[in-house]
Ligand binder design. Structure first.
Ligand code: NAD
Length: 511
């Protein structure tokens, strides 16, 4: 651990935050900083020690209306831009994101408590999202043709209009770019409402995009609370679709709020993804992957492998290896490059994680490591610290197995055979990812067909390829992101049917 480096990084982050918040972190609408008229703000606090990082504008219905109107106006010209020109400006945004990589990492760490070792890659991931969709711009409007002897049908696509993007706090910058880049590539304009617990990099992104040449109004950012700014955005009649990443309950609310104006919705929601480990797996690699997928990013990741299902024959030794690994994970100041797990984002999140573990233990489970008792005495008392925890002796019905904890907590269940593993894996309201570890290729293919999840990862941690469909089944989401799937959401498809000569038109009234 290096306290001096951590302190330097933190001071540098605060200097950047102060420069961005002049004096308040504002919305960015129509190419300008914009504040709510009555000046209402939200206090944004540090997960490390609860000191105030900045004040953020608290957007209201009027602010959202201003942003939506601006996006509606900008849409008329943005949609007409030649695809090559759109491509070039998206690449310019990616260049500028990369040039700001250090600022983005420092601000993201200050805002979220995610260790610098992870936020250091945020700009690269965000820029990749822009570059990938930039290169698809020229194909976004493409359609298909369906010729028959009598008719030719062909399809074409056009952008749906101004869209709303509502994003969560766990990976704020990356997730914002993930929604915004394909929408802009499709020719849509965007009003973005980031999470109130992690507002900083959203305003920064809007400024970066504008400075890179994105016309005013094409990307507007409105800060604020979900039940105020977020709710107004989902109800604004100018907004044609809502791309939402966040909790399942919120998704359900957004669907209801958007119903009167018939909003198209795309939902990336919660998860309780199982990791299924058979005794024929490469257990060294499996230990690495299991620990990474639940403890990296402070366990605050939608795709966390939070339910470990392990074959009974190897249960005890595998769990023991994981406990040893978890105990060695470096929990501390997220500004220290050595830190692997930082504080949780908010005291409310900490309370939720603590309660889940407490309730499980009360119900008879065993917490082998982690929690608040395993922390170093040097950590600031007001921070939201929670060391990586492994809980076994649980039953399938317990909350800790069924509910999304969204923290560094792994619940472990043994299974006997393939059928038992499959039943346990699918015994969930969620269906985002399943991770499977086995050396048997036939079993891998067989199970991959039967898991109830949008994504199945075999013998690997999550390894994202932007061309593949990303999304969940059941309560984990509606729709898929990635490649052409993204364009299907942000665009309307028109079919044109043309008759060829000689086609006989049915006749009536000629008798
Ligand atoms: P959340 O649902 O509380 O908030 C997400 C966003 O929705 C925030 O911007 C919030 O202000 C806004 N919001 C809240 N109420 C709203 C309303 N009534 N109308 C409109 N907007 C509203 O989620 P969170 O706690 O910020 O994030 C954690 C959740 O996000 C977890 O469940 C996690 O699994 C999920 N998540 C899913 C994915 C995925 O790809 N499936 C990725 C990341 C996070």
């Amino acid at each position: 651990m290096n306290a001096d480096i951590a302190q330097q990084n933190r001071s540098q982050a605060q200097t950047l935050i102060d420069a961005l918040s002049t004096p308040v972190l504002s919305h960015f609408i129509d190419g300008q900083n914009y504040l709510r008229q009555d000046g209402a703000t939200i206090s944004n606090r540090s997960p490390v020690d609860d000191t105030e990082l900045n004040q953020t504008a608290q957007g209201n219905e009027a602010d959202v209306a201003t942003a939506s109107l601006s996006s509606e106006k900008a849409f008329e010209s943005w949609r007409q831009w030649p695809a090559e020109k759109r491509r070039d400006v998206l690449h310019a945004i990616a260049d500028r994101i990369e040039a700001n990589a250090e600022s983005i990492a420092l601000m993201e760490t200050a805002d979220t408590g995610q260790p610098l070792r992870f936020t250091g890659k945020t700009a690269t991931r965000g820029a990749e999202n822009f570059r990938y969709f930039a290169d698809l711009c020229t194909r976004a409007a493409d359609g298909h043709s369906y010729p028959t002897p009598t008719h030719l049908n062909y399809t074409m696509r056009e952008p749906i209009g101004p869209v709303g993007a509502i994003t969560p706090w766990n990976m704020p910058f990356m997730l914002a770019t993930w929604k915004i880049a394909p929408a802009l590539a499709a020719g849509c304009t965007v009003v973005h409402k980031p999470a109130e617990w992690s507002p900083l990099t959203a305003t920064l992104l809007a400024k970066i995009a504008f400075e890179a040449g994105l016309p005013a109004g094409v990307l507007n950012t409105v800060q604020g609370l979900g039940n105020e700014a977020g709710s107004a955005l989902t109800q604004d009649p100018r907004i044609k679709a809502i791309a939402f990443v966040g909790g399942t309950q919120t998704g359900s609310r957004i669907m209801a709020q958007g119903a009167p104006s018939l909003k198209r919705v795309h939902f990336e929601l919660g998860g309780k993804s199982p990791v299924v480990v058979f005794d024929d797996a490469d257990l060294d690699r499996a230990v690495d992957a299991v620990a990474f997928m639940i403890f990296s990013l402070n366990g605050q990741r939608c795709n966390a492998g939070s339910r470990l299902l392990v074959q009974r024959s190897i249960h005890d030794q595998f769990v023991e290896r994981l406990i040893q690994r978890a105990q060695k994970i470096c929990v501390g100041n997220p500004f220290d490059p050595a830190t692997e797990v930082g504080p949780l984002i908010h005291s409310k999140q900490l309370t939720k994680v603590k309660e889940h573990c407490f309730n499980a233990v009360q119900a008879g489970a065993t917490m082998h490591c982690g929690g608040v008792n395993a922390l170093s005495a040097h950590l600031p008392a007001a921070g939201n610290w929670f060391a990586p925890a492994i809980v076994s002796g649980v039953t399938p019905a317990m909350d800790i197995v069924q509910q999304e904890v969204f923290g560094p907590v792994l619940a472990v269940l043994p299974f006997d055979d393939e059928a038992h593993a499959l039943a346990l894996a699918n015994d969930s309201r969620y269906g985002l990812s399943t991770y499977l570890w086995t050396g048997n290729v036939g079993r891998a293919h067989r199970l991959a067909r039967s898991f109830q999840s949008g994504m199945v990862w075999v013998n690997t941690e999550i390894a994202r390829n932007l061309s593949t469909p990303f999304g969940g089944m059941k309560d984990s989401g509606i729709g898929r992101d990635g490649g052409d799937w993204s364009f299907d959401f942000y665009m309307e498809t028109r079919n044109v049917c043309i008759a060829l000569d000689g086609h006989a038109i049915p006749q009536i009234g000629k008798l």
